[in-house]
Design a protein around this ligand. Structure first.
Ligand code: ADP
Ligand code: UDP
Length: 245
């Protein structure tokens, strides 16, 4: 049994150190929060589902030359990852208008964007994760100009891959949030998770604004059937991965 000690407990995961200083263990929790943790609850089975979906997507991105922090999963709700210095930036990619984009611009929910939009938010719960301009990001030295360019290009490549993959699952990738970090060689790697907690996913064959939702908006908006929706995403992702070999 390897020694592990608590490094950090977040809203959705607990991070432990391991015997190897370059490796961390992420334990995915069933806890769910929304609106900057003002709404709290639990989604039964979410930890295992999100860990498994993230594992499959990280493996596929690695196969497409996108470096991630993923190492392996010693249990269904546990992931060993490379220890990174996380950039305090949430990189959001949007294909269809939803959420804060609609609230802040007046665009109607469901407007298909002419091209994907990449946005940077300051990962800071006390400030409510505000939207950053590129100049503010550089002013605050959250990343170098070269890293900003790399974040933008990598996020777009991830979007191309994930949009196509989810489409084959009958799911529309509306928007999603990514986190990146630097390893000991200052390489930029994709970190954190990719799951129904961090993506907006709509059932492609359904146009009803409520029943099509397969992601955390079911929890945020009290739409019910949250567990079923997460389970459906997992099943479709696993079936498609098995089918594509
Ligand atoms: P939050 O911190 O927003 O409540 P989580 O509960 O998901 O989110 O906590 C996981 C934390 O672990 C996040 O702060 C995330 O930035 C961090 N993290 C994710 N991947 C890594 C990694 N490879 N190395 C170090 N920290 C990581
Ligand atoms: N998102 C996330 N964590 C955050 C903020 C956003 O995973 O702290 C995801 C969210 O699930 C959605 C996308 O990023 O898929 C865009 O979210 P948006 O800015 O619309 O914010 P929200 O509507 O969630 O407040």
């Amino acid at each position: 049994m390897s020694a592990r000690s608590l490094l950090y407990e977040g809203k959705a995961k607990i991070i432990y150190t391991t015997d190897d200083p370059e490796v961390l263990l992420a334990h995915f929790k069933d806890d769910a929060t929304a609106y900057n943790a003002q709404k709290r609850g639990s989604i039964i089975g979410k930890g295992e589902i999100n860990c498994t979906i993230s594992k499959v997507l990280f493996q596929q991105l690695e196969n497409h030359q996108i470096q991630t922090h993923f190492i392996d999963c010693p249990a269904a709700n546990e992931m060993r990852v490379r220890a990174l210095q996380i950039l305090p930036i949430e990189v959001v990619v949007r294909n269809i208008a939803a959420g804060s984009l609609c609230q802040q611009t007046g665009l109607s929910l469901g407007t298909v964007l002419k091209q994907p939009l990449v946005e940077f938010y300051y990962k800071n719960d006390q400030l409510g994760d505000p939207l950053l301009t590129r100049d503010r990001l550089l002013l605050m030295e959250l990343a170098t100009p070269k890293q900003v360019e790399q974040l933008q290009q990598t996020a777009l490549r991830i979007n191309t891959y994930l949009s196509n993959f989810f489409q084959t699952c009958g799911i529309t990738l509306v928007d999603f949030k990514l986190e990146f970090g630097l390893d000991s060689q200052q390489q930029l790697l994709l970190a954190d998770e990719i799951s129904p907690d961090t993506c907006r996913l709509w059932n492609s064959s359904d146009t009803d604004p409520n029943s099509r939702v397969m992601d955390k908006d079911r929890f945020r908006r009290d739409l019910g059937n949250v567990e079923n929706a997460y389970q459906q995403v997992l099943e479709r992702v696993l079936a498609q991965t098995a089918a594509s070999g």
